[in-house]
Design a protein around this ligand. Structure first.
Ligand SMILES: Cc1cc2nc3c(=O)[nH]c(=O)nc-3n(C[C@H](O)[C@H](O)[C@H](O)COP(=O)(O)OP(=O)(O)OC[C@H]3O[C@@H](n4cnc5c(N)ncnc54)[C@H](O)[C@@H]3O)c2cc1C
Length: 578
């Protein structure tokens, strides 16, 4: 495993999932005579969150159904006002043309009998959900487009660190997770598209890879951006989702909701006005789940048999096709029983929540030449279409950047130090097996960071996450696969430390369950109507600071801003969790 693969490219995209596929395609279209390289830890044919397709777009802003400004308002409300509206607006303005472009690549969206987009209402206020009942082959269509335009792809290569030259991006270091070959790529610009930090908390099943998120997303992007000195934001705004109990897939809102399915408590009563996933919705869900009326269920047994069959047809063939087999094994029939739901493990993900690498409306991070898109970039609630659209936005900005930037040299000392760091577990074949340390780290995340949060618990957790540096130095590996798992442990540790520090820093409660603090139960706009950002400073320490919320481009009054705080149905009020 001593050999080195050295590559040179104009544009380097890391992560060939949703955002990365589009970023690479669009960059290559804009740079027909240049080189675009796509690195993927798995295989682009079936990688990332949409590996097995997707059953709908959660946030389509379709002319005639919604305006970009209405959408910006909705997401500002869902995010308790802590947003960079310009970045959301850029998405809202450019996402419809992305849909049309996806259609030209063969992706199918649901249309009415008259050929209109068949938009459904799931959000609290507006209508943005566009079903994709035939969305199972979306990744195949993207892979075809990647090949057609001439993107160079390296599968099974995992990036581990970004290389800088005087503060500007110069390339990356990584290795082949099948052969162990060390990889150095020199690039004029890098677009990070590594998805969520999906292996932060441990799912109730105890399975390390039984996560809600695609499990190859271990927080690599968050950690690499941090070590490159980029700012990250809203890390304390965790991702927590309502899932099917004992099954790591989503349940209700976006598929069964438009057909008439909804969430109920054990008495069979509906208790929330909207099933759209937000922190405030999760808080109501959590209160009901853990209160006297819990557990919580998805109700579809009042629907007509043909409607139930249609829901099953969609849910059991795309996105998580194993869902049908899971229900069959349990003997659960949607048309007869209520389907039990639960709360997911925590993660970091802007796609569903708001935490990520800070980017502006051009996809630029705070490091020159470094761009980020998708679940790891900070545009909140952006989901699949946000990943596609920001992949495209980043490609345009990156190509513009390389017009002025040349190929920079890489620091051989930094390359050798990283080789030493990532290959070290091979020198300790009898060291701690990576899966054991990963289990321990993620158990501690559950024990100390899972909301509702408190400073006492989080401080104990933080002490452990810092001590875990020593355990990382004792990890052992005997093959490239375990080497990958060892490198992922370091990413997970970094994300856990960021999550603990950012959650301790924001001394208030906000975003419902996502940042619910028992010791600061109230939302405090006077002191905390700001972003909490963090970065690695010049001395290598994690520095936290407040970043002001930029003036809004779409104004809301106070009453509107609190819209998502009125989700509970009046007759079903329960005690607060604090
Ligand atoms: C279960 C589930 C259901 C969802 N349902 C919907 C829905 O119905 N509608 C909707 O709009 N959205 C939905 N979403 C959200 C949507 O799928 C995501 O927001 C979007 O796909 C994220 O795209 P991404 O490119 O950021 O991440 P991904 O598509 O996950 O891609 C990240 C890629 O990076 C690779 N990678 C990671 N680290 C490295 C590294 N170090 N080196 C190289 N490669 C690396 C990974 O292997 C992966 O292929 C769902 C998500 C999940 C998990």
């Amino acid at each position: 495993m001593e050999s080195t693969l050295e590559l040179v490219t104009d544009v380097l995209v890391i992560g060939g999932g949703t955002a990365g596929s589009v970023a690479a395609i669009k960059a290559k279209e804009r740079l027909p005579d240049g080189t675009v390289l796509l690195l993927e830890k798995a295989n682009v044919k079936r990688s990332g969150a949409i590996a097995l397709g997707m059953d709908g777009v959660n946030n389509a802003v379709i002319p005639g159904h919604a305006t970009p400004e209405q959408y910006v308002k909705e997401i500002t409300m869902a995010n308790d006002g802590i947003v960079n509206q310009r970045a959301i607006l850029a998405y809202a303005q450019q996402s419809f043309s992305m849909i049309q472009e996806l259609e030209s690549w063969g992706v199918k969206f649901q249309k009415t009998a008259t050929g209109e987009y068949d938009i459904k209402r799931v959000h609290h206020k507006g209508s943005y959900v566009l079903p994709m009942p035939e969305g199972y082959d979306i990744k195949k269509l993207l892979t075809r487009a990647i090949r057609r335009v001439g993107v160079k792809t390296e599968n099974r290569v995992m990036a581990t660190r970004i290389l800088l030259n005087e503060g500007r991006v110069a390339g990356i270091v990584g290795f082949n997770v099948r052969t162990g070959e060390f990889v150095v790529v020199r690039a004029k610009t890098v677009i990070l598209c590594c998805g969520a930090a999906g292996r932060l908390g441990l799912p109730a099943s105890g399975y390390l890879m039984g996560t809600y998120e695609n499990p190859s997303n271990a927080g690599d992007g968050y950690s690499m951006a941090y070590h490159a000195g980029a700012e990250l934001t809203n890390i304390e705004c965790f991702q927590i989702n309502p899932l099917l109990k004992d099954y790591n897939g989503p349940a209700c809102a976006y598929v069964s909701g438009p057909f008439g399915g909804y969430t109920v408590n054990a008495k069979g009563h509906r208790f929330m006005l909207s099933d759209y996933w937000s922190g405030q919705m999760m808080l109501e869900f959590y209160k009901e789940l853990t209160g006297p009326n819990g557990p919580v269920f998805l109700k579809m047994n009042h629907l007509a048999p043909e409607t139930v069959s249609e829901i099953e047809r969609i849910l059991h063939t795309t996105e998580r096709p194993s869902r049908g087999r899971f229900h069959a094994g349990r003997g659960t029939e949607y048309g007869e029983q209520l389907v039990e739901m639960a709360v997911s493990e925590i993660g970091l993900c802007s796609g569903h929540s708001a935490s990520g690498v800070w980017i502006n409306e051009r996809g630029e991070t705070t490091v020159p030449g470094l761009y980020a898109a998708g679940d790891m970039a900070s545009v909140p609630h952006s989901y699949m279409l946000g990943a596609f659209t920001y992949g495209k936005i980043c490609a345009a900005s990156a190509i513009e950047y390389i017009g002025q930037a040349g190929m920079l040299g890489v620091d051989d000392g930094a390359v050798q130090a990283e080789r030493q760091r990532i290959m070290a577990p091979l020198d300790r074949p009898t060291g701690i097996p990576p899966h054991l340390l990963e289990y321990k780290l993620r158990r501690q995340v559950n024990d100390y960071l899972q909301p509702p949060k408190s400073a006492n618990r989080m401080k104990v957790g933080l002490e452990y996450f810092l001590r875990a540096h020593e355990e990382l130095e004792q990890l052992g590996a005997t093959d490239p696969h375990d080497l990958m798992r060892a490198a992922e442990c370091a990413f997970i540790r970094d994300c856990a430390e960021m999550a603990a520090r950012a959650s301790l820093f924001r001394e208030e409660s906000r975003w419902g369950l996502y940042h619910c603090r028992q010791d600061y139960p109230e939302m405090d706009d006077v002191n905390w109507f700001v972003h909490v950002n963090l970065k690695r400073n010049e001395t290598g320490e994690m520095q936290l600071f407040k970043r002001p919320v930029e003036p809004y481009v779409v104004t809301l009054d106070q009453e509107e801003l609190r819209g998502y705080h009125r989700l509970r149905m009046a007759s079903t009020a329960v005690e607060a969790v604090n």
